[in-house]
Ligand binder design. Structure first.
Ligand code: ADP
Ligand code: MG
Length: 238
């Protein structure tokens, strides 16, 4: 059974069709990257999986069940955004614990989950700090931690590195790769950066104007791009 499956998914905003008949099956534990130029529909497709948008056609399935009508909180997913979206008045600990409060977890359970996430992300010494006392990279770790504490089956990342400088981008990218290895969770990751896509993905989904141009491993796309668009985007020779 696929961890996430999209069946002929469409999304219109008014008259504008942004996602066009997307079919995609994602295996449990896969690291999937959506790439494509700005405005091609990457974020919208991710938001459709998250339940932040409703499809105007087709079905979104998670864990074998159609979830079109389910709110984000009831989908077993957690999302990390490009802006960190941390609560400025709360400490890192409180930011991590907040998601669990909503899930009505007990105090002991919350504490254990926060400490485990902090250990995985190596942010234990930072838990007492407020977001303004953290660097950009540290904030993004806290944001990833906030996703982690809820033990989601599926992690969704929308350009999580784009607010970081070059050195931190590399470091955080490696961190996310390590996390994927350790957790064996399904991850869907949006980027417009080919290097990120090529280094992180088990499979890459190339989007263009709301359609899937090609799905394949980085090597497959590089060696056998389906068309010029894919070749141009992946940077392969043909
Ligand atoms: P990407 O993440 O690949 O840059 P998006 O998914 O954000 O692309 O956007 C795809 C297209 O959908 C763009 O043309 C964008 O303007 C449009 N769009 C996204 N969200 C909305 C919305 N809420 N209302 C109207 N148009 C939208
Ligand atoms: Mg986007």
């Amino acid at each position: 059974m696929a961890a996430v499956e999209l069946r002929d998914v469409e999304k219109r905003f008014g008259r504008v069709q942004v996602i066009r008949g997307v079919d995609l099956s994602i295996e449990s534990g896969e690291f999937i990257v959506f790439v494509g130029p700005s405005g091609c529909g990457k974020s919208t497709l991710l938001r459709l999986v998250a339940g932040l948008e409703e499809p105007t056609g087709g079905e979104v399935m998670i864990g074998g069940e159609v979830v079109n009508d389910r709110p984000p909180s009831d989908r077993g997913i957690a999302m990390v955004f490009q802006s960190y979206a941390l609560y400025p008045h709360m400490t890192a600990y409180e930011n991590l614990a907040f998601g669990l409060k909503l899930a009505r977890a007990g105090k002991g359970e919350t504490d254990a989950a926060v400490k485990e996430a902090a250990r995985l992300l190596q942010i234990e010494p930072l838990l007492d700090r407020k977001p303004r006392e953290l660097s950009g990279g540290q904030r993004q770790r806290v944001a990833i931690g906030r996703a982690l504490v809820r033990h989601p089956k599926v992690f969704l990342f929308d350009e999580p590195l784009s607010n970081l400088d070059a050195a931190l981008r590399v470091q955080t990218r490696l961190e996310i790769a390590r996390l994927h290895k350790e957790l064996k969770a399904t991850m869907i990751y949006v980027t417009h950066d080919q290097v990120e896509a090529m280094t992180l993905a088990d499979r890459i989904v190339v989007l263009n104007a709301g359609r899937v141009e090609q799905v394949g491993s980085p090597l497959e796309l590089y060696e056998h791009p389906a068309n010029r668009f894919v070749a141009g985007f992946i940077g392969s020779p043909s």
